[in-house]
Design a protein around this ligand. Sequence first.
Ligand code: PEP
Ligand code: MG
Length: 566
Amino acid sequence: MLKGIGVSDGIGIGNALLIEEHSLEYTPKAVENTEAEINRFNEAVDTFCKNTKKQAEALKASAGEKEAEIMIGHISIVKDPYLLGEIEKLISKGQCAESAFESMCDTFISIFSSTDDEVTKQRAADVRDVKAEVLKILLGINDVKISKAPKKTILVAKELTPSMTAEINKENIVGIVTETGSNTSHSAILAKVLEIPAVMSVPGVMEQIKNGDTVIVDGNKGDVLSSPDKAQLESYTARSKQLLQERRELEKFRGKITVSGDGERFELVCNIGKPEDAAQALEFDGEGVGLFRTEFLFMDKTSVPSEEEQFKEYKKAALILKGKPLIIRTLDIGGDKDIPYLGLAKEENPFMGFRAIRYCLKNRELFKLQLRAILRASAFGNISIMFPLITCVEELRESKALVEEIKSELRSEKIDFDENIKTGIMVETAAAGVIADVLAKESDFFSIGTNDLTGYTMACDRGNSDVSYLYSALQPSVLRMIKRTIACGKKNNIPVGMCGEAAADPMMIPLLISFGLSEFSVSAPSVLKVRKCISNWSKQKADEVAEKVMSLDTKQDIYEYLKTVI
Ligand code: PEP
Ligand code: MG
């Protein structure tokens, strides 16, 4: 059995289709009819542009505009007049199209890769992609057509690129296995959205699996079985049927409100990274958006998006949600999220360093730009503003003062905005949890970010496998932090939500109900599962479980006990 990271739930059983990288080797030859060679090259460019446009359209439909833009960018690379002119000159001197094109691409790649700037380096990767695609056309290499894959296909690839994802037909592709990628990689997020079981980061998978092999992909556990025996096939087929049945049963919860077994109402909303995801949130029956991670808008660009650009994006999300809640989190960069054009200095300890609200409060023009865009968009929907990484009340006060400053600017400019817009904070640092009583007095709402709160409470980097045994929201310390935060919010009559991954964990749900959480913000495909889970608990049953859990001393004891009750 091969082991990787399960990034998209479910079990897929089918036949392997290996997406192999072709050798692009050729022997350069001198050409005599240079005009015909130039024509051959131009035809290859046209074919490339046509293919790419098609892929971009497919990607736009399946994954959204942002992903499609990356592909359109590839067309502008190959249509660059300087590049085309130089290639023509080389062919006119007798070089074949392959070598003229390759040598010009290599020149660009080496210029782009020699800089320290990450965005320019990314351009080198784009040129490399374009070079490979155009060379394939010139050399007459036929790629495996993913769009033509037969039913029950398991895609096996070194990595899943956006152009490959664009070709996936959900009816035929029943599983994905890749050698690279992780839970938060772009391709993993797409696999989740497409609801195809996927396992990534499987070392040496291209050598271990052959075309046509029967393969089982267990996206829940991260297991991949190649050429399974009869007993394994039977047991996974049964499990797969059971999971499908469970998924079908979840449909009962579509269109319903989110209530516990004894009728208490909860809000069940989604985490999104771009405006188009708001539509997906609604498709999965989310009741709004509890966290819009705006840093992704900044990451996709080569310079700070203007107020107008940001305004359009926030307004788009607000309009899609038609009055349903939309909590927009202000820029949360630093730590593991770099935005190269902002020129953040390399830090010894980036998670403890100059990030999120700290960066924004020191770069006021950028912060004000974003706040103006959000406030303007608030005229078009039910928007709230959320500040990340708050550790002391001064940060909250300063941020709120800026919001007030911009509100009065907008008033004097006679620009509409929601006068009653709410401002809340992420409780995701140990400091914020400890002074939740103070912060609750000046916040309109809390949202608990357990992804960071766990790390900061346990003093434990979630990316470091040597300390991953400590990283769990079920740690008694983290549970106390959560309980306290909710209690402080309740005491001050403000709603408390959770937007960290723990909000969708069936083991956490009874505890959160008992502590008094009012809003669960989860990834869109988890909505129905969480709604069902909430419906299984009454307050009294949840209280009994929580009381027992809070009497236990270790994460392991808590885990073992919760396993017996869910
Ligand atoms: C969190 O820290 O729990 C959170 C939701 O924010 P992010 O994952 O974006 O850091
Ligand atoms: Mg966080």
